[in-house]
Design a protein around this ligand. Structure first.
Ligand SMILES: O=P(O)(O)OC[C@@H](O)[C@@H](O)c1c[nH]c2ccccc12
Length: 258
């Protein structure tokens, strides 16, 4: 059993308990449920292209930062002129929460991606009601039928989709409607191996109508310059900022060098 299998098995349990305790009809009563969202894909095209992530820990690195305050981190990121932020909402494996997303939404107007392992449309309704602008869908464990259905649900709620792939087979099933961004994860979620070569290899196979995003293991300006040559407009960076005492300042220094 890979770590991804474990996470997905756990998510199914988590979601079925939540559906019982807090049905969609209640989620729909949140004040954010009717909120008009901001476009992450447009922000990537027009700005620095950096999506800065709020991440406390991960299965591959254990603790990254357990002293930060969400509102300080997202304020710092906003001041650094990031194009978007990714807020991890998984608790067990990444130490995040939906409350982190709520705090981020109350603090900044920058487009927010709910970073979660989505296994059920319920979580898409949840994303909207906690103030997200976009959701992540991961091709490694979702069928094409699920990807199509979940993207349609997101579109109906006004949420954009970042569809994450890691190889050609996953990419082939991801060329579907209602997806604005395709993200190439440089980290293999099954083995944790990281290499930005994977973004370079898949770049030419991603049709031009999707905004290309490179995710994970990015820590140098040189890597971004290289990825831009391959048509990437978005760069998802977590650990490189979060491992410092002041993630916002780290993001600011980084973006000033671009
Ligand atoms: O911390 P990094 O190496 O900069 O990576 C950020 C982000 O890409 C990574 O957290 C991530 C990419 N896809 C995911 C899916 C689930 C959880 C986490 C992720």
């Amino acid at each position: 059993m890979t770590i991804l299998d474990k996470i997905i098995a756990y998510k199914h349990k988590e979601v079925s308990a939540k559906k019982e305790a807090f049905p969609v009809s209640l989620l729909e009563q949140s004040s954010y449920f009717k909120r008009e969202t901001n476009s992450l894909s447009k922000a990537l095209k027009n700005g620095s292209g950096i999506i800065a992530e709020h991440k406390r820990k991960s299965p591959s690195k254990s603790v990254i930062n357990d002293t930060n305050k969400v509102h300080e981190v997202v304020t710092g990121y906003e001041n650094a002129a990031v194009s978007g932020m990714s807020i991890l909402t998984d608790t067990v494996f990444f130490g995040g929460s939906l409350d982190d997303l709520l705090v981020a939404r109350k603090t900044v107007s920058t487009p927010l991606l709910r970073k979660e392992f989505i296994v059920d449309p319920y979580q898409i309704f949840e994303a909207k009601s906690y103030g997200a602008d976009a959701i992540l869908l991961i091709a490694a464990y979702l069928s094409q039928k699920q990807l199509i259905e979940y993207s349609e649900t997101a579109a109906k709620l006004g949420l954009e989709v970042l569809l994450e792939v890691h190889n050609e087979e996953e990419l082939n099933k991801s060329i579907i409607p209602n997806v604005s961004m395709i993200g190439v994860n440089n980290r293999n979620l099954k083995t944790f191996e990281v290499s930005i070569e994977i973004s370079k290899q898949l770049a030419l196979k991603i049709p031009d109508d999707y905004v290309k995003v490179s995710e994970s293991g990015i820590s140098s300006i040189a890597a971004i310059q290289e990825l831009k040559k391959y048509g990437y407009k978005g760069f998802l960076i977590g650990e490189n900022f979060m491992k410092t005492d002041n993630p916002g300042e780290a993001a600011s220094k980084f973006i000033n060098q671009l």
